[in-house]
Design a protein around this ligand. Sequence first.
Ligand code: DP6
Length: 368
Amino acid sequence: MLSTNPHAFEVTVSAPVNIAVVKYWGKRDTSLLLPTNSSLSLTLSQDDLRSTTTVRADPSFERDRLWLNGKEEDVTKNKRMVNVVRELRALRQRMEQDDASLEKLSAQKLHVCSQNNFPTAAGLASSASGFAALTFGIAHAIGVADKVSRSDLSRLARLGSGSACRSLFGGFVAWEMGSRPDGVDSVAVQVADESHWPDMEALVLVASDARKDTPSTAGMQLTVETSELLQERIRQVPQRMQDMKQAIANKDYDAFAELTMMDSNQFHAVCLDTFPPITYLNDVSRAVIHLITAYNALFTGDGRSGRGKKGYRAAYTFDAGPNAVLYILKEHVPEVLALVNRFFPPPEGEGERKEYFGRAANFMGSEN
Ligand code: DP6
């Protein structure tokens, strides 16, 4: 505690990264961050990739301040954060109006300090865990976290970054796009909790930890404006969402793997169909795709092409960057890891290659 003020309150929370298997790409409303399609992700274990945020509400503070990864940012210029904080305060204000005995926490200024334990903006979903932790932390600091549902909080996190709404839950999480113009039904819901499929593991292969060239927000709007292929994707996603939910409910790895890879491929095809084109995959990413395809073919039988094969061993997916995430069943992790190390040996002198493991696990944790 930094001050002895009895009205000061400080909380530290952390939020894990989520990696989508049905991707969100495109907004129908850019200020409310309403998507053009529903999406579905797995929340990874907090032990590996997470954002940790400390929020302090103190009557002595004169203005809101924000530090990201140790550097102070001009909070007034961060429109999305301003929106999230405004909505959370409005929620608290309504509670204070309904119950006059409540402390006027809606009026208190906040100091927020957030940090990631992985490279920011390298396509590793830093905005997802970042805004999820921020929303959850502020909600705690101003006394609304326990008063509203997680889905309600996810709606507020969505105003910070679309994919952030999914990090409010552990396990398998859908962001249902909703249909209302005000976005009240555009929220995250848990499809299955983290105990449902404990054998599912994620292996994150960092091909590059450089900042991505085209940020998701700008990239997806250019796609919405220029890609006709996106319209076809929007038509297909509802069926894919249903199939993916079914695959998860049945713990059907073959269906899960096929849908995951096809969705990633389609997302990157849509990026290429954007004009000018957006290319997130690099030579290493493409080599990973070919390696996993050849590896799977050893087990899926007769080498015939097409869908509905049995025996998949690994499923790749790529977000808005070159880094691969492989979803693998636990029993196959050692072999896949050996394969990856054999074909992508760590560059000499650079020490250990950076892989992160995650499980489809863990809720966001409040530490204080
Ligand atoms: C490729 O959530 O970062 O990771 O809503 O503009 O902040 P904004 O975009 P963001 O986009 C994530 C895109 C993705 C796919 C996904 O996570 O579903």
